[in-house]
Design a protein around this ligand. Structure first.
Ligand code: SF4
Ligand code: SF4
Ligand code: FES
Length: 307
């Protein structure tokens, strides 16, 4: 046995190539070709998809049936939609980009729950019904109008507010690792709107005229994210904008939003914490580190002339 092991020591890798090729050739010869009767039976799956074309004035919104073979389809609902669009109906419209749960563009209502089509697996049995996100204005098929949602997001000022102006791109705001970690569970929001469009309060009060509208769980979670950030110095201003009867207080803590968030965030909890801050029951935590990094971090990395 020892001898058998030793004879391979020192041999070049090319020496192993020919025997390997020979073995794989004989293996391929020995496997029997599949008979026609043994070929995989098609696994047919039906989807009912909401269709609406604003240019076809005679047709109202309706459901259309499509059947595909799951044997040659990848496992996610977005894969099925792409297959239908490529092979059966190129007029079917929906948004998608990253196909891996990062861009937030493929939010839709699948079998009654708001989800991302790219991260939701196709159910192997029964018919799957797909609608656009609920209570949003439909532009075409599964594409909805996000303008109000984006406008509400803008209103929570989704950027760092600092009292002293600092040189953009030159200074670094200090934050300890622990403080940065406390933002986990908030910064991952991809603005897919699955939460807001599953919230009954957002359905009734989300689309009224600003400022008398409910901002919805997505905007409020992001408002809390910026308030919680120890580098941010705009807490007073941010909270003053939420004291309105509608903006924050329409939430009834039913937590539909938290249940359907595809990133497993908890907007319902963020709203509850925001209320405590607005009512002065809770104070913002002071950061472990304050101020800016004094030197230009980019310059600090540049090699010096004399070395
Ligand atoms: S909180 Fe969740 S469901 Fe709501 S927009 Fe962000 S990622 Fe989407
Ligand atoms: S917890 Fe509040 S924001 Fe979330 S679904 Fe319920 S009412 Fe809407
Ligand atoms: S395609 Fe980007 S999240 Fe689904």
């Amino acid at each position: 046995m020892l001898f058998a092991k030793n004879i391979f020591v020192g041999m070049r890798p090319e020496c192993f190539l020919l025997p390997r090729l020979t073995i794989s050739f004989w293996r391929s010869m020995s496997t029997k070709p599949q008979k026609k009767s043994e070929a995989k039976a098609p696994h047919l799956k039906t989807f009912k998809i909401y269709r609406y074309d604003p240019q076809d004035k005679k047709k109202k919104g309706h459901m259309q049936k499509y059947t595909i073979n799951l044997n040659d389809c990848r496992p996610m609902v977005l894969d099925a939609l792409l297959k239908i669009k490529t092979e059966q109906d190129s007029s079917l419209s929906f948004r998608r980009s990253c196909r891996e749960g990062i861009c937030g563009s493929c939010g839709m209502n699948i079998d009654g729950v708001n989800r991302l089509a790219c991260t939701h697996k196709i159910k192997l049995k029964g018919t799957t019904k797909i609608y656009p996100l609920p209570h949003m204005y439909v532009i075409k098929d599964l594409v909805v109008d996000f303008s109000k949602f984006i406008e509400q997001h803008k209103r929570i000022m989704p950027y760092l507010i600092r009292e002293k102006a600092h040189a953009e791109g030159k200074d670094q705001c200090l934050q300890s690792i622990k403080d940065r970690d406390s933002l986990i569970g908030y910064v991952e929001c991809i603005l897919c709107a699955c939460c807001s469009t599953s919230c009954p309060e957002y359905w009734w009060h989300g689309h009224t005229k600003a400022p008398n509208d409910f901002l919805g769980p997505a905007a409020l979670l992001n408002a809390y994210r910026w308030i919680k950030d120890t580098r941010d110095e705009g807490t007073k201003l941010r909270l003053s904008k939420l004291t309105n009867y509608y903006n924050l207080y329409r939430c009834h803590q039913i937590n539909n939003c938290t249940k359907c968030c595809p990133k497993r965030l908890a907007p319902g909890k963020a709203i509850a914490d925001l209320r405590l801050l607005v009512a002065n029951f809770k104070k913002k935590k002071k950061g472990d580190l304050e101020g800016n990094l004094p030197s230009d971090p980019h310059k600090a990395c540049e090699p010096k002339e004399d070395c």
